[in-house]
Design a protein. Structure first.
Length: 262
């Protein structure tokens, strides 16, 4: 068997069209949407809606960690639209139409935090299997999938914002991980809570990892733990007991799938 695995596609439709070439199956671990393109400010959903100049200012404020000023600026952008939520939903649907249309091999997909999973049923078709908190068999191995990212402790999700990322309350996320049976391949968007796997060397920040994913790895020792989310990790891979833990992204930039063979 040969399975290709990608994560953090962020709108790279052309590369996604080639991701399944030569594979028996394609596994997609989320973040299909290109919401903010920090390299080309005219791209992404914010670029499409507000234009490159305003996104450049957005990126500058976010990078400089000027929280109150950043918050005021993004609120002013949304306030300039008649129906922000509908505008964003329309832009997301446009991207999903292209992205789901680009999946060619039999595909098994779970959403990331930069996704709108409530829209996925509109684009699922024959050969595309959407899995979240579920398992499936591929080539005689059991693959388990948990999408999204655990909401950080003390954080509050603004459920009525124009854009709501797929951040799951702690109890819901941990229950989804715990409810999986023992699997051969554990597929999540969020990495296990290991500092080397969660530190982004370019952003110079420690992203949140999942303690519940790490607990399942320690308890069950699957063959592989596959994930994305951290674009430039300090360590792309490491072994925990018998489990090979691999960050398969950042596909938007690398355009190379991670290859599983057995």
């Amino acid at each position: 068997m040969r399975v290709h695995v990608v994560s953090d596609v962020h709108g790279n439709v052309e590369a996604l069209k080639r991701a399944g070439d030569g594979a028996d199956a394609l596994v997609v671990l989320g973040d299909l949407i290109d919401f903010v393109d920090y390299h080309d400010h005219g791209n992404g959903i914010l670029g499409r809606v507000f234009g490159a100049e305003k996104v450049e200012r957005f990126a500058e404020l976010r990078r400089s960690r000027r929280g109150p000023e950043f918050g005021a600026y993004i609120r002013s952008l949304w306030a300039s639209l008649t129906d922000p939520a509908q505008t964003v939903a329309d832009a997301v649907r446009e991207q999903y139409a292209e992205l789901f249309g680009a999946m060619t091999a039999p595909t098994y997909a779970t959403p990331g935090n930069v996704d709108a999973p409530y829209l996925w049923p509109e684009f699922a078709r024959e050969g595309i299997h959407v899995l979240d908190g579920e398992t499936t068999e591929i080539g005689g191995l059991t693959f388990g999938f948990v999408g999204g990212v655990r909401l950080p402790e003390g954080a509050t999700l603004r459920a009525h914002s124009a854009w709501v990322p797929y951040l799951r309350v702690a109890e819901e996320y941990d229950e989804a991980v715990a409810s999986l049976p023992a699997v051969d391949v554990l597929c999540t968007h969020q990495p296990p809570a290991v500092a080397e796997l969660t530190y982004d060397v370019v952003a110079r920040s420690q992203e949140a990892g999942s303690a519940s994913v790490l607990a399942r790895i320690n308890a069950d020792q699957p063959r592989w733990s596959l994930f994305g989310h951290v674009h430039q990790p300090l360590s792309q891979r490491m072994r925990i007991g018998c489990t090979e833990c691999v960050n398969v992204g950042h596909f938007k930039r690398t355009e190379r799938p991670y290859v599983l063979r057995w």
